[in-house]
Write a protein that binds this ligand. Structure first.
Ligand code: GLC
Length: 587
């Protein structure tokens, strides 16, 4: 959860007629959706669906506006389901659409069992689930479990008096004296995590904004209430949850001070290490209970955790004994923040061999992070690097999580002036921390007004100027575009058994510039060699594959950027252009 970047961030040419291996769906190649219901169900019959799924995060405010109010909505998402199906998406994760005062744009929920009228109605939601299902797309909800809105009836009751039955649903404590909060705990969004409430003369705790009071997960009634929320949505047919801020569910009951470390943050507060407010072991009891609950539903519902785990040991704990989270988001991989063959190789190997045998989940962008096009781009080769990142995401055995617009190379476009900022994080931290508006701008569909996102004269965030060039319509017509590259890669994921297996053998393990790996075919057919030049220089590479059971000396190019001079190449003698991406079949 890299929400405060000011604090945390340190710092093929593809011809249209390019010969793709047999099995490439010709309807997809022509940009037409495959007929409804004909998506290949891939992987071994015993694997749960999420192991092979491509998940796509939608920020509903910004995906498609259907009623011209300048804000995206559910009917807008429905109108774009064919696009997602055509792209090869298996599941969508929708960030919160619950009723909310929108202090944190939906992550401050005032009713967990309804849809905010801004986005539509529950009937619209049911229609979305049904229409998505017709296209073999599952719907994953965002579960904001750590906190509610201060406008939620639970909190209103809780704050009304010290003896209200809901008092203990939140975390209320006495201060240390006038104007002195109970301890030094800090909000992720700046300043003290305690807010004084004069009505009852106590402080309440909030890891995020003061309008987002933390629920008290030590209270069994709170747990049951939140599990009922999960049942409510599972009963409506959702395929699982992305659990928000999960590592922050518990705090130290003794209220010990967090550890102060050198320096100040973007808000001018002393830096602290969240020793007593993050990743407490009690989190895992809750995760087991949640898993037990989803496992009682048919269809293998999935739990995805948002938790910015600092290292592999902490990440692995999220899997439990295969009785907690199936897909913990891997922030370490997401935030390498530079193209580094050694850096990625180390992290990928670590998580792919994790002792829990858990399935990794990779992503590079989301609604809290600057987009990957900017974070990984070098300013010269950004489009080529976008393709390279796509291959890392989609050609490894991990479950990939895409963020809307990454497939067209959307870039981060932060507000130019403080007055234009929507995200309160940006208002508070300006200009060091400009907030998250830049990665939440409207989806770029075409070159028409508001890039096809909305007919309104004013959209909630402006459409970036880059939309004129980077949009779905123009990139669909361009065989060399980032979108065309994603489509081919996604199609290969479906058609190639080697890309569906678990095997991923890293080659040339000391090479500081080129990341290469072999995806072995579990059925003894063709394996796939993936070669990624992670440097701005051309590179020569000699890969010897005989020790891995590959005896043929030549390989057939399946996908490459830039385009090679020949479709038949020799792994023992490769010449790679700067940031080249190559996928080739070998036997
Ligand atoms: C998560 C969300 C982020 C939100 C925060 C508080 O990190 O991804 O957008 O601001 O939780 O709910």
């Amino acid at each position: 959860m890299r929400t405060c970047r000011g604090l945390c961030v340190v710092g093929l040419v593809l011809a249209l007629g390019f010969c793709l291996k047999g099995g490439f769906d010709s309807a997809m190649a022509q940009g037409k959706p495959a007929p409804v219901g004909e998506h290949v169900i891939h992987g071994s019959g015993e694997d749960p669906w999420w192991k092979h799924a491509v998940i796509y995060e939608i920020y509903p405010r910004s995906f498609q506006d259907s009623n011209g109010d300048g804000v995206g909505d559910i009917r807008g998402v429905i109108s774009r389901l064919d696009y997602l199906h055509d792209l090869g998406i298996d599941a969508i994760w929708l960030t919160p659409m619950y009723p909310s005062p929108l202090v944190d744009f939906g992550y401050d929920v005032s009713d967990y069992a309804a849809i905010d009228p801004l986005y539509g109605t529950l009937a619209d939601f049911d229609l979305l689930v049904a229409e998505a299902k017709k296209r073999d797309i599952r719907v994953i909800m965002d579960l904001v479990a750590n906190h509610t809105s201060d406008q939620h009836p639970w909190f209103r009751d809780s704050r009304s008096s010290r003896d209200n039955p809901k008092r203990d649903w939140y975390i209320w404590r006495d201060g240390k004296g006038p104007g002195r909060p109970p301890n030094n705990w800090e909000s992720w969004f700046g300043h003290s995590a305690w807010t004084f409430d004069p009505a009852t003369n106590q402080y309440y705790y909030h890891y995020f904004y003061k309008e987002q009071p933390d629920l008290n997960w030590r209270n069994p009634e709170v747990r049951q209430a939140m599990y009922n929320v999960m049942r409510f949505w599972l009963d409506r047919g959702v395929a699982g949850f992305r659990i928000d801020a999960v590592s922050r569910l518990f705090e130290d009951p003794q209220l010990r001070n967090d550890v102060v470390v050198p320096g100040v943050n973007a808000y001018g507060d002393p830096n602290i290490r969240h020793k007593y407010t993050d990743n407490l072991p009690e989190v895992h009891d809750v995760l087991r209970e949640m898993r037990h609950l989803v496992d009682s539903y048919p269809g293998n519902p999935v739990l995805i955790s948002e938790a910015d785990e600092p290292n592999i040991s902490e990440l692995v704990k999220m899997y439990g004994k295969n009785d907690e989270i199936q897909l913990p988001m891997d922030f370490q991989v997401a935030d390498v923040n530079r193209i580094s063959a050694s850096g990625f190789r180390r992290l990928l190997r670590e998580v792919e061999h994790n002792p829990a045998h858990g399935q990794p989940l990779y992503f590079f962008s989301n609604h809290d992070q600057q987009r990957q096009w900017d974070r990984y781009g070098d300013g010269v080769h950004n489009d080529q690097i976008a393709k390279l990142m796509a291959a890392m995401l989609l050609a490894t055995p991990a479950t990939p999580l895409m963020y809307y617009g990454e497939e067209i190379g959307m870039r981060t476009t932060p507000p130019a002036r403080k007055d234009d900022v929507q995200d309160p994080v940006g208002k508070l931290g300006w200009p060091v921390e400009k907030g998250r508006d830049g990665e939440r701008t409207p989806m770029q569909w075409d070159a028409s007004k508001n890039s096809g996102f909305s007919t309104a004269d004013h959209t909630w965030l402006p459409v970036p100027p880059s939309a004129a060039e980077y949009n779905v319509q123009s990139e669909s017509r361009d065989a060399n575009s980032i979108l065309s590259f994603y489509k081919r890669l996604l199609a290969l994921r479906r058609s190639e058994p080697a890309l569906q297996g678990e095997s991923c053998v890293f080659l040339n393990r000391d090479d500081p510039f080129v990341l290469s790996f072999l995806r072995k075919n579990p059925h003894h057919g063709e394996s796939i060699l993936v070669v990624l030049n992670m440097s701005p220089q051309p590179r020569q590479l000699a890969l010897h594959l005989v020790p891995y059971g590959i005896t043929q000396r030549t390989a057939t190019v399946l996908l490459s950027s830039p385009q090679p001079s020949s479709q038949s190449i020799s792994p023992a003698n490769l010449t790679l252009a700067p940031f080249a991406v190559l996928l080739a079949s070998v036997r």
